[in-house]
Design a protein around this ligand. Sequence first.
Ligand code: HAX
Length: 436
Amino acid sequence: MDELKKLFYEKSSALKTEIKALLKEHGNKPVGEVTLRQVFGGARGVKMMVWDPSQLDAVEGIRFRGKSIPELRELLPRIDGGKEPLPEGLFWLMLTGEVPTQEQVNWLSDEWEKRAHVPEHTFKALEALPADTHPMTQFSMAIVSMQSESVFSKRYAEGISKHDYWDPTYEDAMNLIARLPVVAAYIYRRLFKNGDHIPADHSLDWAGNFAHMLGVDSPDFKSLMRLYLTIHADHEGGNASAHTVHLTGSTLSDSYFAFASGMNSLAGPLHGLANQEVIKWIFEMVEQLGTDTPTDDQVKQYIHDTLNAGKVIPGYGHAVLRQPDPRFTAQRIFAEANIKDDPIVNIVWQLFDVVPDILKGLGKVKNPWPNVDAHSGAILVHYGLKEYSFYTVLFGVSRALGVLSALCWSRAMGFPLERPKSVTTDWVKQFIAENS
Ligand code: HAX
């Protein structure tokens, strides 16, 4: 058994025993109450699952196993002379709760490289789709097409004991994560570079190799990819893509089915597709105004026009956060250090100065601040990755790290089928009549 798998097994077995005892003694303690507004309002704030890889604080933002993004940038191993953390290290941390050594992270880079073989039928399935099929459709379909390789499904069909579910789930998670950059780069090159595919460079780390296969080979872009794939990895369990993976996985669907479900959820414009929407909206503004250095008044007018058309300002607002997203700030710090005077990046910063006051003025927006998606596109455009319909795929590759480590934990802990209760409007009316 490899070191990571062994460590995960030891940690999860110990926690499983601890939780069993904890539930025996405290299982009936209420952890909150649910209001009718929450029942109608997307279950905001309802505590209904356990998710250990990361936790979100409304003001402070995300922490991965207790570590903030600035802390991760200091603590996680990097490539020789590199400035950004390796996402391999974050996966290790989320799966085991321990910050890995350089050696452990190097092992994981090698391991994912060994596991990166994508079945031929996946490429054939992609080739069968019309060339203009949205990259997220292609991504989701490619993931499902690889389900034929699921170790969990095979072992389940052979009659595996439920105490061993964690083992093939770990294998599936590792294989799937290893393959995603190959699949994503294939989709990108097929759609935008005439199918001129670039073979993997086995000397590179997971993110560096992904940048290489995309065809953007500069050291700064590789560095960006390491940061990007780290900060998008997880945002606790309640966000739509993570929760979808959790829900689908709770039926004992394997990692491929569960992750594809999550990607279909990420593809919505209120969630991951917002990264595409932000840059599309900025490009449209530049075209409409005929300048990439608009005045504040011009930008304000464009924002008002968007709102008056009954649309949201993409990249702003959040269901949980109530301050600027630290993932936005991390990207801003990266851009300030590496990018000088880029007009689209400058517009992103100008929007940061202008949008919040306008959203506050609406009187209903709970969080007027930028989220992760407000910044990412402008940096990608700077490095030449201008095809914004691909951006959510990048997000998806990263999201695999968090949701699949959480799925490993769900199987190891023996978490049951998720099945909350729905009510009818008649039930609500009767409830009110009986309780007023
Ligand atoms: N622009 C305009 N109006 C906004 C807004 C924005 N950016 N954010 C919220 N609002 C509006 C809501 O539409 C809602 O209006 P109605 O009452 O008329 O329906 C009202 O303000 C209250 O919403 P809220 O409670 O503040 O926000 P929600 O928790 O309901 O929704 C969203 C959170 C992220 C969906 C929302 O802020 C939004 O639509 N933002 C723009 C899209 C976006 O950037 N999504 C990405 C979010 C981060 C993420 O998941 N990344 O993947």
